[in-house]
Design a protein around this ligand. Structure first.
Ligand code: XIL
Length: 495
């Protein structure tokens, strides 16, 4: 159902761009960063930015656009596709700002991340305070999704944040007009409607505070796992990544991304910025470390597809704490060079298994205060990976340890010719290791000879297929990879 408007937009694109200022070459300025541009190093990885609404009218828009088009291959409109911009009054759709950005992005071979269709904020009062019942508000939501998505042809917007920020810290649903009037089903209805409007764009659920394993991210995870099990269309989860210079628990970030990856959900880091109280050199270094660690964990996870920063120069950030890669004069900061150093890496993180000095071994159910010292001061232990071949199963046990804490990421491959339905992987710890927290498996008892059993959504391992789970633990003395494993009684360890 390609509208006339859609066809005109496509057909007119080339014409629009002829003579466009977007194609004007700008002379390289004296303060261009050294080294290669990020997008040239990124390969297939998406490195993105949020474009401010006046990207083409600000007094320094030429410089802004130069950095935008040379550094990034992905762009999110910071405000131009929100409901208050696209449907300010009922059924009155306005796309001027969004179209200008789409034209700019396409002229510069950048993919576009649409943001956002259904959200409690930046939604006009006529929606928020309207006198709705479930049926009338659902129709309003459907009309908005249809008209906004269909303004562009299928797939022209590479990914869409369909629903934004719908959860509370404790993992329950956030109150909003949609939640209050339509109820829990509104998110599912929005995703189904979005898929019908554009069958190829990536459909994303986006939120803040869901970067690590915590109550909120678990609430989101449970919703998405339920969607996946019932065939509700969803392709990705967006981790906004609005952080401070003290960073987050990077192992927990990796665990969190892994559980989404395990259910076939792509991960997008959608709005990264890292606030610091001043631009002292130690703060700038701490900030660079946060960018570096988040990027490394993302690059180590094949399902993590993008890192997007929420703006270009600090002066245009929505936060006052100098959180971006470029300073007010577009000079590249240490954070920029941290991204430049890490973005070309393959699947090996640049900073593997380097927990912070103050990081404790046990992630709590709720997100606790982030570490307060600069990462990297603990002595890292190089991860150990031991693939063990056996008759029907192969186990990879990747150990990351520090001080008295560790994580293990375990992948079990079914090397037999029969599918496995329901699995239990048994091993004996060589020391006093104590499991404190597991994901994608249930582990019992916590120490000694233990058994990791499937959870409901990963009980089946097809022939040749594999499942992954992980856990966190504490230990003293020596911590080594267990000597052998059995899967449903069959020994996986070889020779
Ligand atoms: C922010 C923009 O950066 C500001 O310009 C605007 O005034 C408010 O919204 N989560 C989101 C983004 O999903 O849309 C928000 O963007 C930042 C938090």
């Amino acid at each position: 159902m390609q509208s006339l408007r859609k066809r005109l937009v496509l057909a007119g694109l080339t014409a629009i761009l002829v003579g466009s200022p977007y194609l004007t070459a700008h002379a390289a300025t004296a303060n261009a960063p050294t080294g290669q541009r990020l997008r040239n190093l990124a390969g297939n990885f998406l490195i993105g930015y949020a474009a401010m609404s006046n990207f083409n009218t600000a007094s320094d828009s030429a410089k802004y656009q130069e950095v935008a088009r040379t550094e990034f291959n992905f762009v999110t409109p910071e405000n131009a596709m929100k409901w208050d911009a696209t449907e300010p009054s009922q059924n009155n759709f306005t796309f001027g700002g969004a179209d200008q950005l789409v034209n700019f992005a396409q002229a510069n071979n950048q993919k576009i991340h649409g943001h956002t269709l259904v959200w409690h904020a930046q939604t006009p009062d006529w929606v928020t305070y309207g006198n709705w019942n479930s049926s009338t508000l659902t129709n309003v939501m459907y009309n908005h999704i249809d008209k906004v998505m269909n303004h562009w042809s299928d797939g022209q917007i590479y990914a869409w944040d369909v629903v934004n920020e719908a959860f509370e810290w404790n993992g329950t649903r956030r109150a909003s007009v949609f939640q209050n009037v339509i109820g829990n089903s509104y998110i599912e209805l929005a995703f189904r409607r979005a898929r019908a409007a554009d069958p190829v764009t990536k459909l994303i659920y986006n939120d803040y505070g869901i970067e690590t394993v915590n109550s909120k991210s678990t609430g989101v995870y449970n919703m998405i796992a339920d969607f996946k099990s019932r065939g509700v269309p969803i392709d990705g989860v967006g981790l906004q990544m609005h952080l401070s210079g003290t960073g987050i628990d990077y192992n927990s970030l990796a665990q969190n991304m892994q559980r989404f990856a395990n259910i076939g959900v792509e991960v997008y880091i959608t709005e990264m910025d890292v606030g610091i109280s001043s631009t002292s050199s130690s703060n700038l270094t701490a900030q660079a470390n946060v960018y570096s660690n988040v990027l490394a964990r993302c690059k180590a996870q094949p399902m993590c597809k993008a890192l997007q920063v929420w703006g270009i120069p600090d002066k245009y950030s929505w936060r006052t704490e100098h959180p971006l890669l470029f300073d007010d004069n577009y000079n590249a900061k240490p954070a920029y060079y941290a991204i430049q150093a890490g973005i070309g890496n393959g699947t090996t993180p640049t900073n593997t298994a380097v927990p912070t000095a103050t990081r404790t071994a046990v992630p709590t159910a709720t997100r606790t205060a982030v570490p307060t010292t600069v990462p990297g001061t603990a002595t890292p232990v190089v991860p150990t990976s031991t693939p063990v071949a056996g008759a029907g199963c192969q186990v990879s046990y990747v150990l990351n340890q520090w001080g008295t804490g560790f994580t293990a990421e375990v992948t079990v491959k079914n090397t037999s010719t029969n599918a496995i339905n329901g699995w239990a992987l048994a091993w004996t710890f060589g020391g006093n290791q104590q499991v404190t927290n597991a994901w994608n498996a249930t582990i019992s008892p916590a120490s000694g000879s233990v058994v990791a059993s499937n959870v409901s959504y990963n009980a089946s391992i097809p022939a040749g297929g594999s499942v992954s789970f992980g856990f966190q633990g504490s230990y003293s003395g020596t911590n080594s990879v267990p000597a052998s494993f059995t899967l449903n009684g069959t020994t996986c360890s070889g020779s």
